[in-house]
Design a protein. Structure first.
Ligand SMILES: Cc1cc2nc3c(=O)[nH]c(=O)nc-3n(C[C@H](O)[C@H](O)[C@H](O)COP(=O)(O)OP(=O)(O)OC[C@H]3O[C@@H](n4cnc5c(N)ncnc54)[C@H](O)[C@@H]3O)c2cc1C
Length: 553
């Protein structure tokens, strides 16, 4: 068994976002302290130093790896901790609590599909649960080895060695890419060809192509090609029952599509090892502007008009009055729409001009008219907040602040009532759980002709005394309430953060029971021993796993 870490990447923080040596700047530290004072009414709680591997007394591995592949496995504390949780609020808090009851027994770093097949076969014979791991940026408990009591052990199977750009088909503008590649490496290898996948989730730096595909991730772009689904041409998946590979086609009407079964499967059917992805030429023409409104619903009507105009802006991010205040955008009080266009082929000025007309029709105002290229100050402030937010959040958690988000989607005809009720009911749930008033802010991450994807954020002091157990139980109460609110009011449990373990209650509420039974039957065919990521999405037939992870009662 290896005594040294097998991970190829620059060492990552096992307990939070970023690399081991990523730090907040002095100005950011001051910003976090000021925000904490604002929420706590005084200096935040000092919870001591950030977690170190020596702080954890991990359960000893319950199994040894298969002898023939022993060199592909690690049992170092760092590797087991890095693979014990994703990066949700509860994951980071539990690291601060030094609370890791379910570390993977082993972490596997296979290099070939044959090795994956061997590991899956061995795991099936030995009743070992296998948790696929891409970048580990799941915020829904997707990579947590909390699998109930019926398994002998757990393995986290890390795809980082499946990180090759195998081939590029310039004529069809597509590439065959390893599923374990991280976002920046993927784009770096396409750049010399003038190509891009153009899929930028906020977690881009620490998430992988395979993770995006199986969670149906949402990129940064607001309209048309929002989810990774739109870019998948074909893919390969190693399952316990063999390899499933789909055919490269630009389109097909041949029955239910195999890729549709795999996209969103969150590791319960098998391990995606590579995919042919549709690419785009890198954009050359850009235009952007930020537009202020007096009223959030007037702004939403402008967004609806834009989304139904066929202009298809690349960015169409509406920040409500609370979101601009929280992120210090613009005048910090007016709902603001950040809109942008880009193209590899044509000047987008006329599109921008028409978008501004539509916005003005609904009362929108720009200070300085249309702006080009990098856009306005508001856009720049917003972008910086967007990129640095995960690091700020980790520090605030360390000071006892509960800071979390939840996202959904709803049709336009129900939007206004939905927005009011979600904000009101979520704030009431936070007050009930913590005894404190909190503002629930909202922005649109994506918009469609038939409705927006609202994304809600809140922050509140979790405990006066620094008792982290009660911070966790308060978060659990709020999380359960928000899951219930958005699905009861007709939204989806997730627009792009996946289901994992933490959204299972909402997934059960929003999907037909017959569909889940059909999915379980498909899983049984591909994964007869029920070892693939148990506890996520559905229970394997013949096992009762139910709620595991952070929300387990
Ligand atoms: C700060 C932050 C910002 C985020 N922003 C966004 C965003 O903008 N858009 C968005 O969509 N999501 C976002 N997320 C959520 C997360 O990044 C996505 O769900 C992402 O797609 C996960 O990719 P990953 O490689 O990290 O997968 P992981 O977290 O490693 O795994 C996610 C799930 O996929 C499974 N899995 C991973 N790789 C494979 C594979 N090759 N084969 C089979 N199963 C596999 C895992 O078992 C798990 O169930 C964010 C998360 C954080 C922490």
């Amino acid at each position: 068994m290896s005594a040294v870490t097998l991970a190829k990447h620059r060492p990552r923080k096992f307990w939070g976002w970023g690399y081991d040596d990523d730090e907040l700047t002095a100005a950011e530290k001051e910003g976090v302290a000021a925000r904490t004072r604002q929420l706590a009414g005084r200096d935040g709680l000092r919870l001591g130093s950030a977690p170190k591997t020596a702080d954890f007394d991990l359960r000893r591995p319950r199994i040894n790896p298969p002898v023939a592949l022993a060199s592909r496995f690690s049992t170092t504390a760092h590797d087991r901790l890095l693979h014990a949780y994703g990066r949700s609020f509860a994951d980071i808090l539990r690291m601060w609590m030094r609370d890791v009851p379910n570390p993977p027994d082993l972490v596997a770093f296979p290099e070939t599909e044959e090795e994956i097949a061997t590991i899956l076969g061995w795991s099936g014979r030995n009743n070992i649960a296998v948790i696929p791991f891409g970048g580990g940026s799941s915020v829904v408990g997707g990579v947590e080895p909390a699998v109930g009591d019926s398994y002998a052990a757990t393995i986290s199977l890390d795809l980082e060695r499946f990180d090759k750009m195998h081939e590029i088909d310039r004529a069809s503008r597509a590439a065959r890419i390893g599923a374990g590649i991280y976002g920046p490496a993927l784009e770096d290898q396409l750049r010399p060809y003038g190509l891009t996948l153009r899929h930028y989730p906020q977690s881009f730096q620490f998430s992988t192509l395979g993770g995006w595909i199986v969670t149906r991730s949402g990129g940064h772009y607001a309209t048309v090609k929002t989810h990774i689904d739109d870019f998948v041409e074909s893919m390969r998946m190693v399952t316990p029952s063999g390899i499933m590979e789909s055919r490269r086609l630009p389109g097909s009407g041949a029955g239910p599509a195999p890729d549709r079964l795999v996209m969103g499967s969150e590791g319960i059917l098998g391990i995606v090892t590579e995919a042919w992805m549709r690419l785009q030429d890198r954009p050359k023409f850009r235009a952007g502007a930020s537009i202020r409104f007096a009223d959030v619903f007037a702004a939403a009507r402008a967004v609806r008009a834009l989304s139904q105009s066929g202009l298809d802006p690349t960015n169409c991010r509406l920040l409500d009055q609370d979101e601009v205040a929280f992120n210090h955008v613009g005048d910090r009080k007016s709902p603001t729409l950040i809109v942008a266009f880009e193209s590899a082929d044509h000047d987008v000025g006329p599109w921008m001009a028409r978008a501004l007309e539509l916005a003005r029709d609904h009362g929108g105002r720009t200070d300085d008219g249309q702006e080009t290229s990098d856009g306005s100050d508001a856009a720049a402030v917003w972008r910086n907040a967007f990129i640095r937010m995960p690091l700020w959040r980790d520090s605030m958690i360390g000071m006892g602040i509960i800071m979390d988000t939840f996202e959904t989607a709803i049709t336009w005809n129900r939007f206004e009532d939905f927005y009011n009720r979600v904000k009101h009911e979520a704030a009431a749930a936070i007050l009930k759980a913590t005894g404190r008033n909190a503002t629930v802010s909202c922005r649109f991450t994506h918009v469609y002709p038939d409705g927006p994807a609202p994304y809600f954020t809140y922050a509140v002091l979790g405990s006066d005394s620094g008792d982290l157990k009660s911070v966790l139980s308060r978060w659990v109460e709020i999380k359960r309430a928000c899951n219930e609110i958005v699905t009861r009011l007709g939204g989806t449990i997730t627009h792009h953060h996946a289901v994992g373990r933490d959204h299972r209650d909402g997934y059960d509420r929003e999907t037909p029971e017959l569909f889940r039974a059909a999915l379980a039957a498909a899983k049984q065919r591909l994964d007869p021993a029920g070892i693939m990521n148990p506890g996520v999405l559905i229970d394997p037939i013949g096992r009762k796993i139910g709620q595991t992870g952070a929300l387990r009662a």
